[in-house]
Design a protein around this ligand. Structure first.
Ligand code: IMP
Ligand code: MG
Length: 177
């Protein structure tokens, strides 16, 4: 059995995104940049955020694959790049759902440096500082959250809950998920 405890309503999210958009304008002004949205979790966040920005935005996507090896570090690879992916000499804003251990973003930042990005910044909907394993900081963060499992507004559990319009804690009662 599990239940959902709403943490941020659609209205909370809308308000925070307006603030984030203004933080992003403060940094980029009205200069163009390349947004790289990390599929699938960041799609709703990115779509709503980008519509609040007046910058010319070149939009790309990546989707990652994580292989878990027992007793080894997890291995991450990029399984999908959007067509004509090109970030050489571009100012890149990575749009991600959640910064948790930081391993995913560290991997992406390295990969994009190798692709010749001029600058790389990170915008995350959520940040869980408690579980950080690598020294990665996001430039823009929607909400700082405690160490609970969160679903909705793009985030899933076993493929469910992505399309909820709010962010909720998935509370497991009794049995293991
Ligand atoms: P990390 O920073 O490399 O640990 O990876 C973060 C990734 O873990 C995110 O992109 C999510 O896919 C997943 N993740 C971490 N915490 C949660 C959560 O609370 N809900 C849903 N997915 C999560
Ligand atoms: Mg993610």
């Amino acid at each position: 059995m599990s239940s959902l405890k709403i943490l941020y309503s659609p209205e909370d999210i809308r308000k925070r995104l307006q603030e984030l958009a203004s933080e992003i304008h403060d940094v980029y002004d009205n200069r163009p940049f390349t947004a790289v949205v990390v599929l699938k979790g960041a799609i709703f966040f990115a779509a709503d955020l980008m519509r609040l920005l007046s910058n010319p935005i070149d939009l790309h996507f990546v989707e990652l694959e994580t292989h878990e090896h027992p007793d080894l570090e997890q291995e991450i690879s990029i399984r999908y790049w959007s067509r004509d992916f090109d970030i050489k000499d571009r100012d890149v804003l990575i749009i991600e759902d959640i910064l948790d251990t930081g391993v995913t973003l560290e991997f992406l930042i390295r990969a994009f440096e190798q692709h010749g990005a001029r600058s790389i910044r990170v915008c995350c909907l959520l940040e869980k500082p408690a579980r950080r394993r690598v020294n990665i900081q996001a430039d823009f963060v929607g909400f700082v959250v405690p160490e609970v499992f969160i679903v909705g507004y793009g985030l899933h559990h076993k493929g469910r809950f992505r399309n909820l319009p709010y962010l909720a804690e998935l509370v497991q009662e009794g049995e293991k998920a």
